[in-house]
Design a binder for this molecule. Structure first.
Ligand code: ATP
Ligand code: MG
Length: 424
């Protein structure tokens, strides 16, 4: 019996990889323009890191983490998101000492034991960014503006929804009002929500069940409970978005699925992905660095789901991401094969992407292969061409056949081929 991948774990095949590489390089380009630097952090961390940051009574920590006991008896977890382990690294290496404002991004896989569906996997990938060391609302606006620019440059659109979750000073009052609303509506709520009314009431607003969601339309709004400084922060954040002409709407019921958020939270919502409508999300987490044993510094970040971005791109039916090669060398006969072997090595060292056939196939079948490789050019090389010191270079798009000099040594053959492929 053959072995198949685990449920919710997906291979990204060569046909699709071009899109992924394109997304990654576009994202890096935007991040660098906004002053972000890359950080690479481990996939495995101590379980405690996620329990302490994401929150004990969140979906992620309660039921979605890939946690195992390693050979030394230590509980370790495959990261379900990027913020906690970037912060762990930030604290461990005292990055704030070197530079008071840290703008960091990381790109890579995350793991959550969820119910796999379209756009929802157990191993998925995020573009994840953090700004550490400032609570200035202009930074909140700037970060959302960057998320918006990123989508624009991907050629995608999503609507930006913004909220404030207040701070430890004002949230308790809201919690109280919410709990009394939830208790009054107890009979209409699902079991999870009833339980969370007692353990973590804000969490209920994140419930995905239609019946609960309908009820919560009438729940009190957190924005009516913000303390003066949170209110001021939210207003300034909004003003920043308006100044940069970033379109947004306010959604006062957005709580996000992680406990560490305070003040600004936001989501990028699309109507093209069915139930999986969030293509990106994030928010401010001012107490988190300190809570993890670090300095008392504020932070804000967001993550975008790459699988969902790839799905959105594929819906546009644009196909600009073909991997292509510059040259396919079609060889006919043993001598040609040996010469081709040397030539292709030299040509690769000069910077061209080149492939050849080693199986002694017919010319027709080699031309077919050249097309499958998306070759821009094919060099036809047989005994005749070697004897005449002149080969044929076929432009695969225009089907034009150009003579190419095979005089002198292999180095000059390379130059002759390269000069044609570069000029056309
Ligand atoms: P959702 O509401 O869709 O479950 P979330 O609130 O759990 O998302 P975050 O933890 O904020 O999401 O992660 C940010 C982004 O990562 C999401 O907006 C989404 O695009 C992507 N994402 C989250 N979970 C998954 C998953 N299981 N599979 C694919 N992408 C995901
Ligand atoms: Mg989720």
């Amino acid at each position: 019996m053959t072995i198949q991948a685990l449920k919710g774990f997906k291979d990204i095949l060569p046909d699709e990889v071009g899109t992924w590489q394109w997304l990654e390089s576009m994202a890096r380009n935007v991040f660098h323009r906004f002053g972000f630097e890359e950080i690479k952090v481990p996939i495995l961390e101590k379980t405690e890191l996620f329990a302490r940051s994401i929150g004990e009574s969140t979906d992620i920590v309660e039921k979605e983490m890939y946690t195992l006991i390693d050979r030394n008896g230590e509980s370790i977890t495959m990261r379900p998101e990027g913020t906690a382990n970037v912060l762990r690294a930030f604290i461990e290496h005292g990055l704030h000492v070197r530079k008071p404002l840290q703008k960091l991004y990381t790109i890579g896989p995350m793991f959550r034991h969820e119910n796999p569906q379209k756009g929802r996997l157990r191993q998925f990938h995020q573009l994840s960014v953090e700004v550490l060391g400032t609570n200035n609302p202009m930074v909140d606006a700037e970060l959302m503006a960057m998320a918006w620019v990123l989508l624009q440059e991907f050629g995608l659109s999503a609507s930006l929804e913004v909220n404030s979750l207040g701070c430890p000073q004002c949230r308790p009052q809201y919690k109280e009002a919410l709990v009394s609303f939830l208790k009054g509506n107890k009979n209409d709520l699902c079991e999870d929500c009833r339980r969370r009314t007692l353990t973590n009431p804000l969490r209920v607003l994140d419930c995905k069940k239609e019946k609960c969601r309908a009820r919560y339309q009438e729940a009190p709004s957190i924005l009516d409970y913000l303390c003066p400084s949170c209110k001021e922060h939210f207003q300034a954040t909004e003003k920043g978005l308006q100044t940069l002409s970033i379109p947004y709407t306010i959604n006062s019921f957005m709580v996000r699925g992680l406990d560490y958020y305070s003040r600004t939270t936001f989501e990028l919502i699309t109507d093209t992905l069915g139930a999986q409508s969030a293509v990106g999300a994030g928010g401010r987490y001012d107490g988190l660095i300190e809570q993890l044993g670090g300095p008392s510094l504020p932070g804000i970040g967001f993550a975008m789901g790459m699988e969902r971005l790839v799905l959105m791109l594929s819906q546009q039916k644009k196909d600009p991401f073909h991997q292509e090669i510059d040259l396919f060398v079609a060889v006919l006969g043993n001598t040609a094969q040996e010469t081709g072997f040397i030539l292709i090595h030299a040509i690769r060292r000069k910077g061209l992407r080149a492939v050849m056939d080693f199986e002694g196939r017919s010319l027709k079948s080699q031309m077919k292969q050249a097309n499958r490789h998306n070759a821009r050019y094919t060099l036809i090389l047989g005994q005749d061409e070697i004897d005449k010191k002149e080969g044929v270079l076929r432009n695969m798009a225009t089907k034009e056949q150009l003579p190419v000099s095979l005089a002198g040594d292999i180095g000059s053959w390379c130059d002759a081929v390269i000069s044609i492929t570069k000029t056309q």
